[in-house]
Design a protein around this ligand. Sequence first.
Ligand SMILES: *Cc1c(COP(=O)(O)O)cnc(C)c1O
Length: 441
Amino acid sequence: MTSRFALVGYSRTSQARMAGTPRHLGSNHPAIFSSSPEASMKSAPDLIASELRLGAHNYEPLDVVLTRGRGVWVWDTEDNKYLDCLAAYSAVNQGHCHPRIMDAMVNQASRLTLTSRAFRNDQLALLYEDLAQLTGSHKILPMNSGAEAVESAIKAVRKWGYEVRGVPENRAEIIVASNNFHGRTIGIVGFSTDPTARKGFGPFAPGFNVVPFGDFDALQQAVNPNTVAFLVEPIQGEAGVIIPPQGYFRQVRDLCTSLGVTLILDEIQTGLGRTGKLLAEEHEGIEADVTLIGKALSGGFYPVSAVLSNLEVLGVLKPGEHGSTFGGNPLAAAIAREALKVLVEENLIDNSARLGSYFLEQLCGIDSPAIKEVRGRGLMLAIELHPEAGGARPLIDSLKDRGVLAKDTHEDTIRIAPPLVITKDEVDWALEQFATVLTTV
Ligand SMILES: *Cc1c(COP(=O)(O)O)cnc(C)c1O
């Protein structure tokens, strides 16, 4: 019963102790778990209250408690039905609980789930083959979360800089874009330009330079002999679906090629059909040297990410220099393979292109004084409101009441990114809700 930290008074359980309740959760385990079937019958307000009391408050979710999903639809604990216009930040491109991906998961889960990379498994090579064939990549590194893929690419490209480019040790520099979003690890938030993401979390790792997104001249001026990479999103998702000027990435590609700088495209959100192409780089007719994917590689089932690389960059990694207990496990590999197959075989990429342009065109036709700009590519869309319109959050709440779940970003922008399995009828229904909400503000 005595905690190892009890003497200093800062143990994890110290608050419970002050309140006079048993301080050691362990002693209550049988009671906690025997009551768990009823936990699923708790009311939504009770579940929300528990979350607020026990959970870290690093999110501010809408008060809708979801309990099941199918395709583009999700249901809350009161059985209200909603069209999901966020798709877990594009991790559920294939739709909720896709039956084929679920079968692949259950099948693999009943055979073998995790071996660690100390041994080989019979699924990983198949995922490598599928990814190589689909994207033309020469070397692949499997990880779990998107942020890990980003971190892994940073490690590999620095080492490449020293070993292949001859940059003096510890001097490698990576250029990133303003308003970037590459994840939440300490390494990554260190080169974020969002004060909320950074403030209070320093000190940060050196070696990163920020240039304005979409500004080719600024990039050209920032490159120096120690620059090993430019890490950038093809379209900035979290920043509010920001599309760079036409031709920007062609210039970026040419500059990187001529100076031997690795172009790393973070396609964790834009990739795998979201923008109407398999990879968003195709809109610009370019190829990155290193491409990061994640999110929809999971089919929404299980975190899987990957670094897709030319031979050189991932080629510098040797045994022991990088790894992950769960990276490349057979369950993840089987799920990711099926998630890719569904994307291709169900023509979800074409659907994204077709219904995305229709959605955009129809949104542009909504006559509302609140709208400043509508933009998007494929089914990655955003409505930016005028600053005087009172912010996006009230609209998000009205949309929720009308059965549409969407997400505000940066106060004035509503992001729309439904699963790519959406049908034209469902788009039309969603448009009605958006039109109603936007014309009654
Ligand atoms: C979501 C996202 C990440 C981080 O992915 P996690 O799985 O949340 O770590 C990185 N880059 C981009 C562009 C993203 O949208």
